[in-house]
Design a protein around this ligand. Structure first.
Ligand SMILES: [Zn+2]
Length: 254
């Protein structure tokens, strides 16, 4: 199974981070390693796929928090696993609670502050990006957990690239020109990764602490699911971030 890892997040041994790909699953055809129950895939297949992915990360599904993902700009602070309605991002300061984001083209972003031990996971499609959900996430981390953005590290995962992500004029007009390339016939390509990266910079995150995965999900069919390419029945990938219990804490719990 191929798991996407992050160089900036892997500097911290107490962080668990990984993002699934299309590879290594039991679902038929294009679905492969699909981790969503809502795309018409057999339940048993999704369960087996999820088992494989969570096993590879050495975490249990019962310790994962899922945001409902409704293209909002809301970030929810959580202290336990489960499903959280009406939000597109989660924030936590608790070991053994892992935050998930489900994607196929939308931008998944994962944040960690080593000083306050705070993690966040954010789902940013074009609507979330337009409403600056990532900037809001950093702001919430500052206000709620006294995070200093200069200490944050961030990973922007594989998602629709500016090579392929075409939008209509009405969407293009919602973004500043630096993230838009006009092609022929009044079609526009939108660079969602760069738009999100610039929100991190604006929020005070250092440029050297931001890692952007280079791959575009749309033009890498072997590796990644893509809604734009495969439609509604496209599989979904999960990215997961959280903090492990340290050995001492595990001993104390016994
Ligand atoms: Zn592409």
């Amino acid at each position: 199974m191929e798991i996407v890892r992050s160089e900036v997040l892997s500097r911290y041994p107490d962080i668990v981070f990984g993002m699934s790909t299309r590879q290594g699953g039991v679902s038929p055809g294009k679905l492969g390693l699909n981790l969503s129950f809502n795309v018409g895939d057999e339940r048993a297949n999704v369960e087996e796929n999820r088992n494989r992915f969570f096993h590879a990360l050495q975490i249990s599904e019962s310790s994962i928090a899922f945001p409902a993902q409704c293209h909002s700009d809301k970030i929810q602070t959580v202290t336990n696993a489960g499903r959280f309605e009406s939000c597109d991002g989660l924030m936590a300061q608790k070991e053994n609670v892992f935050l998930a984001v489900s994607v196929a083209d939308c931008v998944p972003v994962f944040l960690f502050d080593r000083n306050t031990k705070t993690v966040a996971a954010v789902h940013a499609g074009w609507r979330g990006t337009r409403s600056r959900i990532l900037e809001r996430a950093v702001q919430n981390m500052i206000e709620e957990f006294s995070v200093n953005p200069r200490d944050l590290v961030a990973f922007i995962g594989p998602s629709a690239g500016s090579c392929c992500y075409e939008v209509g004029e009405e969407v293009a007009l919602e973004f500043t020109p630096e993230f838009i390339t006009e092609s022929e016939n009044r079609k526009f390509k939108l660079d969602l990764k760069s738009a999100n990266r610039s929100q991190l910079l604006k929020a005070g995150v250092f440029i050297e602490n931001i890692e952007v995965h280079p791959s575009c999900t749309i033009c890498h069919p072997e590796r990644f699911h893509s809604y734009r390419r495969d439609g509604k029945a496209s599989g979904r990938m999960l990215g997961v971030i959280g903090m492990k219990l340290t050995v001492e804490e595990e001993v104390q719990k016994l």
